[in-house]
Write a protein that binds this ligand. Structure first.
Ligand code: OXD
Ligand code: MN
Length: 640
């Protein structure tokens, strides 16, 4: 596609021999060294040449993933005023972004395919498309032409060879990201495996091509805000699944720019998974071990900022139980030769939401971020500690605070100190509760899949699906209150099928069909499917369930179901624990009855809204089996 833009195969510009790369207009810059570009396999070299031809950077740096390179990147980012020290923690840094570049931008995230229908179901009759956005190849070429030529002038281009997934795993993927953002390189080094040992995997040309620019060539025409280069007006995050290609412009933040995460590991990978018969999902993976024995691994899909990281690192409030983390955001899963579903975490780090993370909600995450962590848009205490909403009790007396804009801030101020979507980017290896098998190339065996969302009313604490098809229906019917991870606001309930709404890499109707097709395959040991809701509230708005470590009580019931215990009773929407099968001991004020509401008018409303949602958003691409499941539920609801 954008290859059509110019003559290819030109010579790579070389950095000036005595100074290494140049870092911007007139800046005296640390020398990063970098690996020899000649070591790139031919296909990767061609990709770099195309990028250079198009973006016209001041130099090219091939990242080798070394510690020296990491130190030099930090030095460079400090010199540019992007990173600030967090001296109370070890090797930790704080970035503050332009306030216009703080979250994923779903409205500017597109899939590029010849046929619109390959990307999205038929357009809804009214309103915004909810299941992804399509851009024609022509419009995409034009968008690239309007943005990328010479967009890296005055800035060096970093070539980041990286791998998603453990070395040796059949699911692992090699990729190359070209970027003009050293912040992105520093983050990619935490979130993925960056290094020259990836180069042999690029040899055959079968790698994902990622091109990213912050879109602020030098010299600047307008000053930067917070020293953070970005171009919010022209931001575009485009995926070309047929070419395994990602092109991102204008944002330096999170999933818009760390292209291994949402763009590759979910959007591109979900399409690869469909083509190749596996699953790429927005799911955490954890292992739970009961006092008596057999560890059970589960994968769980929750929409952004519903507590995936907290659940993945949970410390059970049930004596004798333990939970270990394999991943907190993305699972790649494939049935093995024995028909067992096995999952790997394609990532190597956590890009977690900071506010709300505290020693009481997630002690393992707090331990993880004590070193080697890049914080973005959190506050800073005068003793050199990061600060966000939830850490108030940790502040030593007399601490003064700076908010995420870098301005003085006082406890009790109406605006939060940390941005609600502020993040920590930390190596998974730092987490004290990582599972011993988290990097096992064979993956871990998955016995249960859990769906969930923030549902203040009507949806019970936990239920099990009646079978695979019903489970796929339950995933397709997920809804949750909006969060700060994207540009949405307020407490609206959003439909979020499989927690993949922003991350489908192809038509969501066909995605459901792909899940259903697994139920038809012979010889598979299909996991049980559950739905959980930690967020039920009473009429005064108070949560009915204590959550966090107590969620182990729900995991304990799920484990008992996996073990084949006959301890469930049937409700119209699914199977729930018999009263004595859910351990509620020591939870004063928590009542089984409130946790398992059954309200006919709620379910009538829910099924009616779901029917409208399916009709408007999936249209004729909704698989018949899913509509059959809805009709069966409607029938059961009429009998309540
Ligand atoms: C995330 C998200 O950042 O889901 O993980 O938005
Ligand atoms: Mn996520």
């Amino acid at each position: 596609m954008y290859r059509a833009l110019g003559r290819l195969g030109g010579r790579l510009p070389r950095p000036p021999p005595s100074r290494g790369l140049t870092w911007g207009a007139g800046g005296s810059a640390p020398h990063l060294g970098g690996a020899d570009l000649a070591s790139l396999p031919a296909a990767a070299r061609r990709f770099v040449e195309e990028g250079v031809e198009l973006c016209r950077p001041s130099g090219v740096h091939l990242c080798d993933g070394s510690k020296e390179e990491g130190d030099a990147l930090v030095a460079l980012l400090r010199e540019q005023g992007v990173l600030h020290p967090v001296p109370k923690y070890e090797n930790c840094w704080l970035a503050r972004t332009d306030p216009q570049d703080v979250a994923r931008v779903e409205s500017r995230t597109v899939l590029v395919t010849e046929r619109e229908r390959d990307s999205v179901p038929p357009a809804p009759p009214s309103g915004e498309p909810q299941l992804g956005r399509w851009l024609s190849p022509r419009a995409f070429d034009q968008a690239v032409r309007q943005r990328f030529p010479a967009c890296m002038s005055g800035r060096p281009l970093f070539v980041v060879p990286f791998r998603m997934g453990p070395r040796g795993s059949g699911l692992a993927r090699a990729a190359v990201q070209l970027t003009d953002s050293p912040y992105v390189v520093a983050s990619m080094r935490i979130m993925t495996h960056v290094g020259l040992d990836v180069l042999p995997d690029l040899q055959g040309g079968d790698f994902v091509r990622c091109l990213h620019s912050v879109g602020r060539p030098l010299p600047l025409t307008e000053p930067l805000v917070s020293n953070w280069p970005c171009d919010p007006e022209r931001t575009l995050i485009a995926h070309v699944p047929d070419e395994r290609r990602i092109v991102s412009f204008g944002s330096g933040y999170g999933g818009n720019s760390l292209l291994g995460k949402k763009c590759l590991a979910l959007r591109i990978a979900s399409r690869l998974a469909r083509d190749e018969g596996w699953l790429a999902e927005h799911m955490l993976i954890l292992g739970v071990t009961p006092p008596s024995g057999r560890k059970v691994y589960v994968a769980a899909a929750f929409p952004s900022a519903c507590g995936k990281t907290n659940l993945a690192m949970m410390q059970p409030a049930l004596p004798g139980w333990s939970v270990q983390c394999v991943g907190d955001d993305i699972a790649w899963m494939k049935f093995d030769d024995e028909g067992r579903l096995r999952a790997i975490n394609p990532e190597r780090g956590f890009f977690g939401v900071a506010p709300g993370t505290s020693p009481s909600t997630n002690p393992a995450a707090m331990a993880t971020v004590r070193r080697d962590t890049l914080f973005t848009n959190v506050g800073l205490g005068s003793h050199g500690e990061p600060f966000w909403e939830g850490l108030e009790s940790l502040l030593p007396p007399g601490t003064s605070l700076t908010d995420w804009h870098g301005r003085p801030w006082a406890l009790g101020s109406p605006q939060p100190c940390a941005h609600p979507n502020s993040r920590f980017c930390a190596p998974a290896a730092n987490c004290p509760s990582m599972d011993p098998a988290w990097e096992d190339p064979r993956g871990v065996p998955i016995d249960a899949i859990i769906f969930g969302g923030r549902r203040p009313e009507g949806i019970p604490l936990v239920y099990e699906a009646f079978g695979w098809q019903h489970g796929v229906f339950v995933g397709s019917a997920m809804r949750s209150e909006a969060t700060a991870a994207a540009e949405h606001t307020g407490r609206r309930l959003l439909h979020d099928p499989f927690a993949m709404r922003p991350f489908f890499g192809y038509n969501a109707g066909r995605y459901l069909a792909h899940w259903l097709s697994l139920g038809e395959r012979r010889g598979l040991c299909l996991p049980r499917v559950f739905h959980v809701n930690w967020f039920l509230r009473d009429p005064s708005g108070k949560f009915l369930w204590p959550g966090f470590g107590h969620n182990a009580r729900v995991l304990a019931w799920i484990c008992s179901r996996v073990a084949g215990e006959d301890n469930a009773k049937e409700m119209p929407y699914g199977l729930v624990p018999k009263e004595e099968a859910l351990d509620l001991r020591g939870l004063p004020g928590v009542s089984y009855r409130h946790l398992f509401p059954l309200d006919r008018s709620f379910w009538e409303r829910e099924t009616r809204e779901l029917r409208t949602y399916y009709q408007e958003n999936f249209g004729e691409d909704l698989p018949r089996e899913v509509m059959d499941q809805l009709e069966a539920l409607e029938k059961r609801v009429r009998k309540i």
